[in-house]
Each structure stands twice: as C-alpha cells, then as structure tokens.
Ligand binder design. Sequence first.
Ligand SMILES: O=C(O)C(=O)C[C@H](O)[C@H](O)CO
Length: 347
Amino acid sequence: MAKRVVTFGEIMLRLAPQGFLRFSQADNFDVVYGGGESNVAVSLANFGIPVDFVTRLPKNDIGECAMMEMRKRGVGVENIVWGGDRLGIYFLETGAVSRGSKVVYDRAHSAMSEIKPGMVDWEKVFEGVEWFHWTGITPAISQSSADACLEAVKVASRLGVTISTDLNYRAKLWKYGGDREAIMTELTSYCDVILGNEEDAEMHFGIKPDGAAVQTHGHDVKAEAFLSVCQQMMKKFPRAKKVITTLRGSISASHNTWAGVLYDGKEMLQTRQYQITDIVDRVGGGDSFMGGLIYGLLTYPNDDQRALDFAVAASCLKHTIKGDANLVSVDEVTKLMGGDASGRVVR
Ligand SMILES: O=C(O)C(=O)C[C@H](O)[C@H](O)CO
C-alpha cells in the first residue's frame, strides 16, 4: 500500500507587490497561497506521495479558494475543519541585490490560530498513515494551536506514525506569551526526524555550537559547527533518529549556495554544494527541502545519502519557481541530481 503522509498547519493568502516593487510602490498584489506545512504537502503530492493537509479554514469564499488550491495540487482536503472568521494573510516584498525580502504577517485571529484540541479527529486522520509532519510555525501562532499540535503528535506517536518537524523559528510570531522553549521541547520530544538550523536550535532550545567542535578538518566550517548542534539535539531528544539542516549561504537576494547535512547519531552525511543564481523566489526553500527529504526517506529507506541528495536538488529547483510551493516532478529532480542543470528547452 502506498505510504500516506499528513501535514498540519496554517495556509495563508500571500499578497506580494509585483516583481521587485517595494510595498509603498504597489497598487496591486500578486496572489498565491502558501504556508510551511501546505508547501510540504504540495511537494509530496507532486512526487506522487498520497498526502493530506489538515488545517482550519473559514467557511467563506476565501477559505474555499485556499482549499481548492490544495485540491488542485492533488493534496487531500477531507480532514480540513471549517469555522472561524478569516484566512491568515502574509504580505511579501521581494528583495533584490543587497535588499532582502520582507514579510508582514496579518494572521491574528485567523481560523487556524483559533483551532483547539478536540476539533480534529486525529484517530481517523491517522488511519493508514505512515508519516506526520508539523513545523514550529503552528505552535507559534497561538496557545490553542500549540495545544492542538500536541494533541496530534501524541496520537501519531501512540499509533506508531513517524513524526517529523521543521523547527522553523519565526521571530515575528510567538507573540501570545507562550513559553517557547517548554512548548517546543515537549512537541519535539515526539519527533523521529528533526530539520532545523543553528538559529532554530538556539532560539528554541538554547543550543549553540560547541566551540571545541568547530574544527575544520578540511570540511565546511558550518557543517562542522552543526555537528555539535546535532549531538546536543540528539541528547536532548533521544527519540530522534536523524537531525538535518540546510547549509544556505546568502550571497545576495538572488544568489545562494545550497547544500544539506544529515546526522544519524553516528555519521554526518553531506551533499554537494549548489550555486543558485538568478533566484526567482526563495520563499518555501526550506519546505521544498523537507518535502524532498520525506519523499527520499520514504522511497530510499536504506539510503539516507540519496534521500538527502534528493532533498537538496528538489529545493534548488524551488528557487526557480514563483510562489511558495515547489511544483516539480521526481524526474526533474533526478535530472538535476544527475548533473543536468542546463535549463535547455525540452521539445
Ligand atoms: O512564515 C510562515 O508562517 C509561512 O508559513 C509563510 C511561508 O510559507 C513560509 O515561511 C515558508 O517556509
């Protein structure tokens, strides 16, 4: 039977001034839908993995549009719960050259931020499901959505579902006064697979690279520094079997280096480093990595290196695509992994 995945979080309307206009110059916005966990669901659907997205949407035309966007991408929407007043919005100003992008959230009192434990029938949702994915964004939006997320991981854990998280620290969220470290520690303790970078580890758990581990040994310094973060994470979260990060070097708004590392408690796997120039849209880069990683770990269960290589290549392609979600196929990712980055016309 095909391996089924569930992701849980908030999908938002994304409103962005056209091209590289500043907010103050815009007299109209490009409209797409996005959110960390819905982006992962779309990636997986494109890779042919059966996937459901669970969220709470307002029963109005805009909520319906968000649902239809997921349905159009082949994501299951049957377990979405309906209620509340509004769909969250985020405004995105796309940076250029040395000017970074900016996000302004407008999501207070969204339907998803008012979700509560008991609103989703998690026993039913997890029937026949192999993998559950949540991110650090969901517990950041309200205490009740943090509680709903905890309810979900507890049921998933009891039913033997593999659980992953992207720690996704968002400095502009966590406004409701919840104890971030306590909440994230409890939720992450249920996870088998943890994706996060050094900022996530420090901001959520106070974990910093250990100076002694920052030896180069001929490797990339960032990867070495991350090893000590992984070791501390695994000590704190004994259930975790893999800790992963992307190694992103932001050279300018349109030029990144991009690679990934995966630590399994014994070995640190590393990918090649890609140069991504002429970035079309970098939002959702981490989500596309996560989608590729879940696909890879499900498809190549005995080959973590291949899973990691797939994740990095998938997220490189995301940077060429406008919008939050990674609209690429397994064939396209495999072609890039095989070294074909020519961008030639296929006729
Ligand atoms: O920042 C958030 O909360 C979002 O979910 C918006 C984007 O989709 C997300 O940041 C991409 O990872």
